[in-house]
Design a protein around this ligand. Structure first.
Ligand code: GZL
Ligand code: ZN
Length: 311
């Protein structure tokens, strides 16, 4: 139309395209890679102009990216906050600039929910509960050393990140159902394979009678598998492993019996994000919270679905 792109000052692409600034956490895991691909593909499919930044896991980089999106006067800002705290100031700046913000994947702890339009992402407490419930249901065969106690070591996600905090909380509440299950050691592996491997190596040296590993994501679980095999033990048999995400590499390990149970965390948020952004920019009401659809997988189920997995 004649008016489109008539030198309007804001960053909306010359041809009237919606411009979205997306501040991503980083590229720490298979989940994150799949999430980034989904955001980029969905932006293209929706005809958005996407300005994308990768913060390498640093909050100050995400804040810088959001500030730059504000300067560029993008139409809408979306991001996955690497940790829950420390966002109020920059979100106030976006609000003053009249730029709507959509949270995806991870949450912020801001009391003021007027600082963002909606939060699209998984229920991480429920994910932790699903992991704990599986262990309670499979307690008998999870006491690998037969000492009557089920000793769990926990590989935590990034310290301060909503999925790490909430998965630990959900898992702890679910295993209260069986007092013989106890988390005897817990440390962050920062959601990376290397982190999971290093922490698992130290647990194998310092902890006696490890029966189960609960890793907050597949990548740390895959790192733990390397450490367990290096110690001459058989993952999935000598040590049971429960993880979260269900990315391809995790599902392959589950299908081959090295992992025992995976709780899915769906990274494919792109289409829903673009729909929500359009609704917000059209001035439509959007729900304050949109919870992602996701399920769980046993070893048998993984073998069945692996060929069709998109990520
Ligand atoms: C969860 C997401 C987590 C994944 C990890 O929604 O924030 O971050 O579980 C990723 O794999 O690093
Ligand atoms: Zn035991």
């Amino acid at each position: 139309t004649a008016l489109a792109g008539c030198g309007d000052s804001d960053a909306s692409g010359g041809d009237g395209k919606i411009v979205m600034g997306f501040a991503q956490v980083g590229a720490e895991s298979g989940w994150r890679t799949a999430n980034t691909e989904s955001i980029k593909q969905s932006a293209e499919d929706a005809g958005f102009e996407l300005k994308f930044s990768d913060a390498q896991g640093k909050q100050e980089n995400q804040i810088k990216a959001i500030r730059s999106f504000i300067q560029q006067k993008v139409d809408v800002i979306a991001f996955s906050p690497v940790v829950e705290t420390g966002w109020d100031a920059v979100l106030q700046e976006a609000k003053r600039a009249g730029i709507p913000v959509i949270l995806t994947d991870r949450a912020v702890d801001s009391e003021d929910t007027s600082l963002y339009e909606t939060f699209l992402g998984s229920d991480f407490v429920l994910e932790g509960e699903k992991a704990g419930e599986w262990l309670v249901e499979n307690a008998a065969e999870s006491d690998v050393d037969g000492d009557g106690d089920i000793n769990v070591v926990q590989l935590e996600g990034t310290t301060g990140a909503a999925p790490a905090i909430d998965r630990a909380e959900g898992f702890a509440s679910a295993i209260e159902a069986d007092p013989s299950i106890e988390v005897t050691a817990s440390q962050t592996g920062d959601f990376t394979r290397d982190g999971g491997k290093q922490v698992m190596e130290s647990f194998l040296n310092s902890e006696d009678g490890i029966d189960v590993v609960f890793a907050h994501n597949d990548d740390m679980g895959l790192g733990a598998i390397e450490a367990i095999e290096a110690a001459g033990l058989e993952p999935g048999v000598d040590v049971k492993i429960i993880t979260v995400d269900a990315v391809r590499d995790g599902m392959a390990a589950l299908a081959e019996g090295k992992i025992n149970f995976i709780v899915e965390c769906n990274p494919l948020l792109g289409d829903q994000l673009m729909d929500l952004a359009e609704q917000v920019l059209d001035g439509e009401e959007v729900p304050e919270r949109v919870v992602t659809e996701e399920t769980t997988f046993t070893q048998e189920q993984a073998a069945e679905v692996l060929p069709d997995r998109k990520y």
